[in-house]
Design a binder for this molecule. Sequence first.
Ligand code: GRF
Length: 220
Amino acid sequence: MPSQDAPQPPAPSRTTVPHPARLAVLVSGTGSNLAALLAAQSEPDYPARVVAVISDKPDAGGLEVARAAGVATVVVRPADFPDRAAWDAALARAVDAVDPAWVVCAGFMRILGPAFLGRYAGRVLNTHPALLPSFPGAHAVRDALAHGVAVTGCTLHLVDEGVDTGPILAQRAVDVLPDDDETSLHERIKVAERAMLVETIAAVARRGVRVDGRRARIGG
Ligand code: GRF
């Protein structure tokens, strides 16, 4: 039996929000995952709405995808701030301004810092193009190919202070084909990734997330 002074594990936490759930989407790239979410929300019963798209890169294709859909865009460039902490705080302010229920990193290629996660911990999701915990980091597809795996895929997980280390909400497997290069494999992963993102965000928006240590469950 633990002594009275022993640290207790954190109690399971549960996050639910009203419908439709407001989403802030963070992008650095072409925005095909964002486009899939925007297409899904054109169905009236889709339980989430992208209310803003925020990027670290003024030329990110995802910003154009957002503008074409009439969604508000914001750019928060690291180069405009004296250090990472100031950028992180500015990013948090930009997200605060749109009051989202969930923050979705959809190809956002920067690490979120303590100011951001202090405010949004448990409500930030990230899509990653590998089956975590294998191949975290910015070169997941290349690393999986180089390792010679026969199966890779994609993961949607909650963001914690590590790099692609947070509790996992969903995964999809994708076979590696003999002639795959990084581009062909990534494109097939992204097909699976978009479906995973749309389905899982809907489930999260409808039923919330329960986190107990490393285990995250939708509903619960
Ligand atoms: C996705 O595969 C994402 O997991 C990775 O970069 C890709 C972004 O694609 N980090 P897009 O910008 O949504 O098209």
